[in-house]
Design a protein around this ligand. Structure first.
Ligand SMILES: Nc1ncnc2c1ncn2[C@@H]1O[C@H](COP(=O)(O)OP(=O)(O)OP(=O)(O)O)[C@@H](O)[C@H]1O
Ligand SMILES: [Mg+2]
Length: 349
């Protein structure tokens, strides 16, 4: 088992959605943790449960969503968030664990000035007066690289570019001095050139404030750049976890390896992007056994029949595969270098 003290420790998380077409088994026993001050990546194809996981942690699921209790447990600083009242949860969401979303526009109200959207929240959570809150807001806006923050704070959201809006949201989140920052694809709505700048800000802020970071992304290059540890999601489960450096050289799960293989090499024609055969599973009637088995070239009878157990291979590495011991999925060094440099996202693979 890991020795690092986790700030967030998610155990056996089962989240279901009740729909007219049936029950969506969106999360099916998700286990992962994030250490104090640790930048962690959450990776996986579209629909594998990354957003549902973050929304479950913050308890902001839509009405048709439910976390099954037992067995789900979500420990934050040692307290099970699922035992808290709505009021206590509001405090956690404001002050303890902040989230930045994919699309910066939907998180800002277009009819209010930025100052109105920052000052009040800061006042609410930090016991400061209005002027002090405004100063904190300006200071944070400067920290994330918004020029002339003292004037710009009285502008409206539409007066900022997408990249600047995302910076404002990062500033707002950090002004509350959270211990954990959850960033769900924080740059996918932005231009490629701006993406790198915003990621750089997140990286800097994480270091400067010693934040625990849960960075949800499709992009393995970003994972290499920012995170120390990574959790690979597939079909509503965590199939592999471990230090980023190690997983980038020697993954234990065939799905992790397939993610790397789907990144085109530099010489390769990018139109011939190698994809992982098959499609992401529908989670209303998901495959039995290992959920990856229909797409896995190593699958055998047991993979079709039985759910693979979570195995701790070392103190820091965990895998959910019946065959991990027999497989050598080592990635060659050149490929690792390419993935690190790549800006290609595995989205829609
Ligand atoms: N409100 C809902 N009702 C029914 N099913 C839902 C609902 N929200 C999410 N799901 C399903 O839960 C599964 C996980 O979705 P989730 O949004 O977490 O994926 P994701 O990994 O964040 O994907 P992406 O990379 O595209 O953002 C999907 O099958 C999705 O269709
Ligand atoms: Mg998502």
């Amino acid at each position: 088992m890991r020795k690092i003290e986790p700030i967030l420790d998610v155990k056996n998380l089962y989240t279901r959605f009740y729909t007219e077409s049936g029950v969506v088994e969106a999360l099916d026993g998700v286990n992962f943790d994030v250490g104090y001050g640790e930048p962690v990546g959450i990776v996986g194809e579209s629909g594998c449960g990354k957003t549902v996981t973050s929304h479950s942690v913050l308890r902001i699921l839509p009405k048709n969503g439910r976390i099954l209790q037992p067995p789900s447990e979500i420990y934050y600083k040692g307290v099970n968030l699922l035992d808290l009242t709505d009021e206590q949860m509001r405090h956690v969401r404001g002050k303890e664990a902040a989230m930045i979303f994919q699309d910066p526009m939907t998180s800002l109200n277009p009819i209010f000035k930025i100052s109105d959207q920052m000052v009040e929240v800061i006042q609410l959570h930090r016991k400061v007066n209005k002027n002090e809150a405004r100063d904190i807001a300006i200071e944070m806006m400067e920290a994330v690289g918004i020029p002339d923050s003292a004037e710009r704070i009285d502008n409206y959201p539409h007066q900022f570019s997408g990249g600047m809006r995302q910076r404002i949201l990062i500033a707002r989140a950090l002004a509350l001095q959270p211990s954990l920052l959850i960033a769900d694809e924080p740059t996918t709505a932005l231009d490629v050139t701006i993406q790198a700048q915003v990621l750089e800000i997140i990286k800097e802020m994480q270091k400067q404030f010693g934040l625990a970071l849960m960075l949800i992304t499709h992009n393995l290059g970003v994972v290499a750049e920012i995170t120390k540890r990574v959790h690979i999601f597939y079909g509503g489960r965590v199939v592999e976890s471990g230090p980023t450096e190690e997983i980038f050289v020697n993954p234990f799960h065939p799905y992790t390896r397939a993610l790397f293989d789907s990144i085109p090499s530099l010489e390769q024609d990018k139109t011939r992007l190698e994809t992982i055969p098959g499609t992401v599973p529908q989670l209303i009637n998901p495959p039995q056994g290992c959920r990856f088995h229909p797409r896995c070239k190593y699958a055998t009878e047991i993979c079709r029949m039985a759910r693979p157990p979570d195995v701790w291979v070392t103190e820091t590495r965990r895998v959910q595969c019946h065959h991990w011991e027999e497989l050598d999925l080592t990635i060659d060094k050149e490929k690792v270098k390419e993935v690190r440099r790549s800006t290609v996202s595995v989205e829609g693979v």
